[in-house]
Design a protein around this ligand. Structure first.
Ligand code: NAP
Length: 318
């Protein structure tokens, strides 16, 4: 197999934990360069900006963005304008309209834009979608609860406007939900709990609605200590489905229905395989429904003040 050269932009937690190992494990792509403000990694050419990468390396045809959503648009646009295929970490941008603009540009240029949703690649998601495809959905309940001090220490951008706060993990649940439901879903009410020293929520409660009287509840909590809860329950006219551990464990009416995989296992290799398929097929994959639900939660949301949040890196606890 001929491997395609790829560049990674932003060598933070997700790039190091998932993207680099997924590329190194083999498959279609070969890491040819990085774009990192903090110096890059041994043995791989690093550039200080996407613009520098583009002008120095016309041979690199694919750029994968692992930067925070607030700083993606300009650099991703520059990559597309320069004729490169682009892969975006979730959420694909800081606003819905900016990602639509990127999708339109990719189409105009005949390039691939892949707005990835890694949780959709979790082991139980395809089975859940197949089982729900002929069911009438009555109710949905999502609990997405984890400890931000464990999962996001030192990440100031998540607390700044556009960083999504608790919706940064919460959008993973919404990406699964929009993938598996056979019909539409929208936010009808939202309560957002925002620490007095932050710009984004630390907890949120949503109500969802959909066709046929479907109703849903979403509870997002970023101060839950101990083991995280990443669970989606869907009650239908013909039984109940549960996805646990971020979509990796599927249960239907209490019985296991497929592989039990660790969280995130296999998700990133599948994302890169999908990117290769999209490039080969000359097409893009940009589904904005999860981001629209979050944008609507911010539009509809009642804000309440929550206690100030102190990052453990800032306070010296980590
Ligand atoms: P992170 O650890 O803060 O890393 C982001 C990296 O982007 C930084 O290390 C930095 O790398 C670069 N960067 C460029 N401009 C920046 C700016 N203005 N502020 C901060 N960083 C900047 O974040 P992350 O957890 O990897 O998350 C990145 C994206 O991946 C987010 O969209 C997030 O939702 C998504 N994601 C994260 C996880 C997770 O578990 N953490 C899981 C799935 C998806 P350089 O120093 O190399 O330039």
């Amino acid at each position: 197999m001929t491997r395609t050269d790829i560049a990674i932009v932003g060598l933070g937690k997700i790039a190091r934990d998932q993207h680099l190992p997924a590329i190194e494990a083999g498959g279609r792509f070969r890491l040819a360069a990085t774009v990192s403000r903090s110096g890059g990694m041994d043995g791989v050419q690093n550039y200080e900006s996407v613009e520098a990468l583009i002008s120095a390396r016309p041979d690199i045809g694919v750029v994968s963005f692992c930067t925070p959503p607030q700083v993606r648009y300009g650099a991703a646009r520059a990559a597309l304008e320069a004729g490169r295929h682009v892969m975006l970490e979730k959420p694909p941008g800081a606003s819905v309209a900016e990602v639509r603009d990127l999708a339109a540009l990719a189409e105009l240029q005949g390039l691939t834009l892949f707005a990835t949703w890694h949780s959709r690649m979790a082991a139980g998601v395809d089975g859940a979608k197949a089982w729900l495809s002929d069911k009438a959905v009555r109710a949905v309940r999502i609990d997405w609860k984890e400890d931000v001090r464990v999962w996001h220490p030192g990440q100031a951008w998540i607390w700044q406007a556009g960083g999504l706060g608790v919706f940064d993990p919460g959008i993973n649940a919404l990406s699964i939900l929009t993938e598996i439901l056979p019909g539409a879903v929208h936010v009808s009410e939202a309560d957002l709990h925002v620490p007095t020293n932050c710009e984004t929520p630390i907890a949120a409660d949503l109500r969802l609605a959909g066709p046929g009287g479907m109703a849903g509840e979403v509870a997002l909590d970023w101060l839950a200590e101990g083991a995280p809860t990443w669970t989606i329950r869907v009650r239908t006219h013909a039984g109940e489905l549960t996805l646990e551990k971020g979509g990796s464990v599927l249960t239907i009416d209490g019985a296991g229905a497929g592989e039990d995989a660790a969280e995130l296992q296999g998700e990133y290799p599948r994302l890169y395989a999908r990117m290769a398929e999209l490039i080969d097929g000359g097409t893009s994959d940009v589904d904005l429904r999860p981001l629209e639900l979050v944008a609507d939660a911010f539009l509809l949301g009642r804000r309440t003040k929550a206690a100030p949040y102190h990052d453990p890196v800032e306070t010296g606890e980590r």
